[in-house]
Design a protein around this ligand. Structure first.
Ligand SMILES: Cc1ncc(COP(=O)(O)O)c(C=O)c1O
Length: 389
């Protein structure tokens, strides 16, 4: 590592999170780890930690992401959630990638290929989000029949995606009903994997009886988005909404003990004394009133960190960020601060919740905004590895 700006990713925490989730919600056969964008930016290397905890299928957005996983694991089945261009289908077969079929047109194009090896397919149903998938009952039936009659196409799965949590809105129920309606002409029992839910819907609703798979994303990385019992009661006005929206009792018994595994760090790169009436940073608009020590850190908005983070943690203290730029932050520090001192941006002493609420964003956004030039240091079983992609 040349530039001392890095994210420490604790793989063992991720393994434990999955164990905790699969222990409590133990009636699924397929725990599909959604690891798009480099495993929510933790580094795709963590797939093996997730698998060690009980993930037995992976899902990503693109064929590029599928191939990244194959560098670290050749065995685990991988579903690509976006349709892959027909011209790459042979590469999918060669790399054991499961494809999403989301329209009849795509399926017809697929059937024009000369496929001579088994190709795994999951059908995507648009139950209301209007993003991807079949929206017509007749087309679902046609796709089901076409795939089942094609020699090398194998209908391994069917899925949909919920737009909302379904706690204080009716859309979850509407989407579930739409899915049932759209798939009425096909026998779901003949399809090995049926998966509708994601992290939030896992904890907020009872298991859907015909589903044997669940897609886990943000929850694997330590975010348990349903409310603890006390807050739940306040918000749910006793049982009114729980009954109305069929919310699982598991929401109220949501005692999952999950931890975040992402700590963003850097080191002090330079220190200078700034005198009264001098300024700091671009724009010359941060005017200094009293003499102070200012440390420059090698991290900036190109890495995903701005002045809006407000403060960083150095030598057991919060230090105010004075100015930012593309690659560097300037922070006010105590006199004893030295070049090379460790700086935490967030993750341990400054919690991820704290940062997201200050920035008014959610954890998905925060993780995804930390750029790939930030080195990932992977910790597992006491060994620290710098991951080179
Ligand atoms: C189709 C699909 N399934 C599952 C997920 C995982 O969602 P979550 O992180 O809320 O569990 C995503 C996330 O973007 C998704 O697009």
């Amino acid at each position: 590592m040349y530039r001392k700006t890095y994210a420490e990713i604790d793989g063992d925490i991720l393994t434990n999170n999955i164990k905790e989730i699969t222990k409590k919600y133990n009636d699924y056969q397929y725990y599909i780890g959604v690891v798009k964008n480099n495993a929510y930016n933790h580094g795709i290397y963590v797939v093996n930690n997730l698998i060690a905890g009980g993930i037995n299928y992976l899902a990503v957005s693109s064929f590029e992401e599928c191939l990244q996983i194959r560098k670290y694991n050749n065995e685990i089945p991988i579903l690509c959630l976006e349709p892959i261009d027909i011209e790459y289908i042979y590469d999918c077969i060669n790399n054991g990638i499961t494809i999403t079929v989301e329209s009849l047109k795509y399926l017809e194009d697929l059937m024009k290929l000369e496929i001579k090896d088994k190709l795994n397919i999951h059908l995507k149903i648009d139950s209301g989000m209007n993003r991807l998938g079949f929206k017509k009952r007749q087309e679902v039936k046609s796709a089901y029949e076409l795939i089942n009659n094609a020699k090398y196409l194998y209908l391994e799965g069917i899925y949909s995606h919920f737009a909302t949590s379904g706690i204080s809105d009716p859309f979850w129920d509407i989407q579930l009903k739409n899915f049932e309606e759209l798939t009425k002409d096909i026998d779901l029992k003949t399809i090995p994997i049926v998966h509708l839910g994601r992290s939030l819907t896992l904890v907020n609703h009872p298991k859907i009886s015909f589903c044997n798979g669940i897609r886990l994303g943000i929850i694997m990385f330590g975010f348990n988005q349903s409310l603890p019992e006390e807050k739940f009661y306040q918000k749910m006005k006793k049982n009114y909404l729980t009954n109305k929206y069929n919310i699982s009792p598991t929401t109220r018994q949501n005692d999952l003990k999950l931890k975040t595994a992402f700590v963003l760090k850097t080191k002090v790169m330079s220190i200078r004394k700034v005198l009264p009436n001098e300024f700091v940073g671009y724009g010359a608009n941060i005017l200094i009133k009293e003499e102070m020590d200012v440390a420059t850190l090698p991290i900036g908005y190109a890495d995903g960190v701005t002045k809006a983070f407000k403060y960083v943690w150095i030598n057991n203290e919060l230090c105010d960020i004075l100015a930012d730029s593309m690659d560097m932050l300037m922070v006010k520090v105590k006199k004893n601060t030295k070049i090379g001192d460790e700086v935490e941006i967030f993750g341990h002493n400054i919690s991820i919740k704290d940062v997201t609420s200050r920035l008014n964003i959610n954890a998905y956004h925060l993780f995804n905004q930390i750029s790939s030039r930030v080195v990932r240091l992977h910790l597992s079983k006491g060994v620290k590895d710098e991951i080179k992609y």
